[in-house]
Design a protein around this ligand. Structure first.
Ligand code: SAH
Ligand code: DHB
Ligand code: MG
Length: 221
């Protein structure tokens, strides 16, 4: 057999075959999403594994996700939580939220994951006003134009030493000097944020290269 081409897809399949094999729950989640008419824009298995690993590395017990879709990334993240841990996921679309709740229950996380429906900025503002307990990790993956506004809310809601992550932050328009998409503006904002130490980690996907921006919130002196 000849050696496969060194494409993003083949490298991603290599990593996934070792570290991100889907079980029936994750496969079933994608099947349910497709049947319900949701676009397959969830994180890839290797992307989900990276989220799970980052959450485990900081011992996350409380996670906030912005952009639920069908619950695929939420299930990867919930699998990093200890007993009694909690994930709150924000979603604007009622139909997406219903599909996600079904998948999350099938994964055994009905009591661990709470999907809140509404525009994320409204929900985040309410969470801050309610003085909700700090989160260990915030994963931003909703509308890209909202990313910069979500960043400010995320920094306010995450504990010192906690992580703020953002999906889809390494795309061709980042290289366009005239590009001003939401994810590009997000990267520029974290790069100069006084409370954050950050970088973009390239992530392989079957469609090509993308990125996850990783930021840790520092304790300010
Ligand atoms: N994190 C998911 C993918 C999320 S796709 C996964 O990897 O499995 C982006 C989601 O953000 C969509 O479901 C979309 O409906 C939702 N969304 C878009 N704008 C939003 C907003 N203003 N507030 C909350 N959710 C929003
Ligand atoms: C889109 C959104 C995502 O979060 C993603 O991972 C891929 C695509 C989109 O809106 O097209
Ligand atoms: Mg995404």
């Amino acid at each position: 057999m000849s050696t496969p081409q060194p494409t993003f897809e083949n490298y991603d399949a290599y990593i996934g075959g070792l570290f991100a094999l889907e079980d029936g729950i994750l496969q079933g989640t994608r099947t349910t999403m497709q049947a319900a008419g949701l676009r397959p824009i969830n994180v890839s298995p290797t992307g989900g594994r990276l989220l799970q690993l980052l959450a485990l590395m900081i011992g996350a017990e409380r996670i906030l996700e912005i952009g639920t879709l069908g619950g695929y990334s939420a299930i990867w993240l919930a699998r990093a939580l200890p007993p009694g841990g909690k994930l709150v996921s924000l979603e604007i679309d009622e139909h997406h939220a219903a599909v996600a709740r079904h998948n999350i229950a099938a994964a055994g996380f009905a009591r661990t994951v709470e999907v809140r429906v509404g525009p994320a900025l409204t929900t985040l503002t309410a969470m801050q006003q309610a003085g909700e307990a700090p989160f260990d990790l915030v994963f931003i993956d909703a509308d890209k134009d909202g990313y910069v506004a979500y960043l400010e809310q995320a920094v306010a809601l995450v504990r010192s030493g906690g992580l703020v992550l953002a999906d889809n932050t390494l795309r061709p328009d980042m290289l366009d000097p005239a590009g001003d998409g939401g994810a590009k503006r997000y990267n520029a904002a974290v790069a100069t944020h006084p409370a954050l130490v950050s970088t973009v980690v390239p992530v392989l996907r079957s469609e090509g290269l993308d990125g996850l921006t990783i930021s840790i919130k520092q304790t300010l002196p």
